[in-house]
Design a protein around this ligand. Sequence first.
Ligand SMILES: C[S@@+](CC[C@H](N)C(=O)[O-])C[C@H]1O[C@@H](n2cnc3c(N)ncnc32)[C@H](O)[C@@H]1O
Length: 331
Amino acid sequence: MLPHSSAGGAGPPDAPARGWRTWFDAWVESAYGADGFWRIHSPDVHFRTAATSGPMIAEMLAALVDRHPEITRVVDVGAGNGRLLEELSVIRPDLRLLGIDLRTRPQGLVTQVGWAQDMWDVRYGCWTTGEAGIALADSEPVMIICCELLDDLPCPVVTRHADGWRELIINDDGQEQAGPRLESEQLAWADRWWPGGDRAEIGLTRDRAWVEFIKLIKKRGGCAVMIDYGHTAGRRPVTGSLAAYRDGRALDPIPGSSVNLTAHVAIDAVRAAGEAVGATTSFCGLQGEVVPELLQATTHPDPLLDLGRRSEHSALSSQYVWGSHWWLLQC
Ligand SMILES: C[S@@+](CC[C@H](N)C(=O)[O-])C[C@H]1O[C@@H](n2cnc3c(N)ncnc32)[C@H](O)[C@@H]1O
């Protein structure tokens, strides 16, 4: 992690020098600026996600859809290369499938999968191009999937100072200072969801995005599933969870368009935000618990394919790989 130059120091910081900005502004620019990380990088070049590791996440989601016969539509928000939906189209060709991502439609994506190129704006809590709004205007019950999306949504990064939580500011050299004090909604969020620790990420941007999806299923019927890296009260990382990756390797988190900045999701906060607008939580727990329930233990007659399936199964279940991902299912 970076040196925390004045975090936790005695008095409020001096007026910051030029080039300083909040971590939140720097993160938004790094991710979504004109040459931001998500504008120019494809996730599969930098890391492997559970959803693209094979067909099993799609199989599990198909098993969930089977439990909701009213669902005829599936929307994957932050759909990446569309692989999850493509797998789903094989298992359930009857479903209408839609991917939403700020990226253009992936080349070669099967025609059964629709695509809306749109960006969820974390500052204003709305879609940017209008394509998602049009594509979501349907009234049929839907399953909304957010697979490793919320952890990528930028949020304010804060440090505990002698006088309480302050937003962290950072300069172009990666030096950090305590900036303005947290106020109103952000302070209330920190007090409720992250009362201890030296450093934290304020997850309001994630809660707001989730609420938007829940409002949609309230209107249309169906359910929303989040699968992501996360933590819950009592197990928050004391120094926060902001991290940066380039080409699959972890680095010190410094702003820049060549790195994927991410922070684990405060799962219980997202859950409460959904419940506050009327959702019922059907499941909130670790993927390791979900796998045996949703994946049938089958063997494949081809030994090589069988080996591949077994290794995917253990990666999805193992707490050292993706078994520690959180699943939140709200209906
Ligand atoms: C970590 S990748 C996950 C991709 C896929 N869901 C998977 O599990 O393999 C995150 C995806 O979310 C998209 N994304 C990030 N922020 C977004 C935003 N604010 N609005 C729309 N898409 C976003 C990125 O372009 C990227 O494709």
